[in-house]
Design a protein around this ligand. Structure first.
Ligand code: OAD
Length: 232
């Protein structure tokens, strides 16, 4: 293959693990005894809004105590220096890629530091706890919710992501278990359009066999080394 020009990178919870943010499916992946799949649903929000809001309030509050690690910083360095197209798609709802300085970045599963009005679609930057029945400042409906894509809802920015995958020469997946679609299927889409595929993960992901190359280890070591190689 000639040198890649168009790069799409997918990240998951593993890239933030060395910053101290717990992954979903590893040790510590349970929260108050609940699986994430049981809390992050529209049904849970309707039946027990206190529980769902408390879950996200705890995760939002945790952000004040964590910092981007070497992997986030390396991807921001690549973003700043890469002359071709580059799109960083994260499944993470933390703000560590943003704080590291990545700008060509899409949060496909939403963001902890954003609140969404389900009535009017208004989005508001949100730093503190978000109690249930908080009124939307735009339309007044008392139903602001975390701006997070729940299980069963459509991830954000899918048309842009699919267009980038169709143009990609290289697709790199970092720190994700490959358990949640549609992100888990991006490797197959990228391959279909002819991209080279690389996985950087602590353990083989569920989709590991789809990748041409897999490197196993901590993101804080693997990602800076990969970025150094790509930038020559
Ligand atoms: P998971 O918790 O499912 O997977 C984390 C992956 O990171 C695993 O494959 C680990 O082996 C790997 N890992 C752990 N520590 C690592 C390290 N230091 N360096 C590199 N890799 C490491 O998290 P996701 O795949 O991101 O969705 O989960 C996908 C989605 O499921 C999340 O976005 C979330 C969750 O439900 C929503 O909230 C909508």
């Amino acid at each position: 293959m000639t040198a890649p020009r168009n790069i799409v990178i997918l990240t998951g919870a593993g890239i933030s693990a060395e910053s101290g943010v717990a992954t979903f499916r590893g040790p510590g992946g349970l929260w108050e005894g609940h699986r994430v799949e049981d809390v992050c649903t529209p049904q849970a929000l309707a039946q027990d809004p206190e529980l769902v809001h408390r879950f996200y309030d705890a995760r939002r509050a945790q952000l004040a105590g964590v910092e981007p690690n070497a992997a986030h910083l390396a991807l921001a360095r690549l973003d700043a220096a890469w002359p071709g197209n580059l799109l960083l798609v994260t499944q993470n709802v933390d703000d560590l890629h943003d704080r590291a300085g990545s700008s060509r970045l899409l949060h496909m599963h939403g963001e902890l530091k954003s609140a969404l009005c389900p009535a009017c679609g208004n989005r508001i930057a949100w730093e503190d706890a978000l109690p249930p029945e908080t009124e939307c400042p735009n339309c007044g409906t008392p139903a602001l919710r975390p701006d997070i894509v729940f299980f069963g809802e459509m991830p954000y920015h899918m048309a842009t992501i699919e267009a980038a995958l169709a143009q990609a020469d290289l697709f790199v997946s970092i720190g994700t278990s490959g358990a949640v679609y549609p992100a888990a299927g991006f490797v197959q889409t990228a391959r279909h359009y002819g991209a080279a595929t690389l996985e950087l993960n602590l353990d083989p992901s569920e989709g590991s066999l789809w990748f041409e190359e897999s490197r196993m280890g901590p993101a804080g070591t693997l990602v800076p080394a990969w970025v150094d190689a790509v930038l020559g």
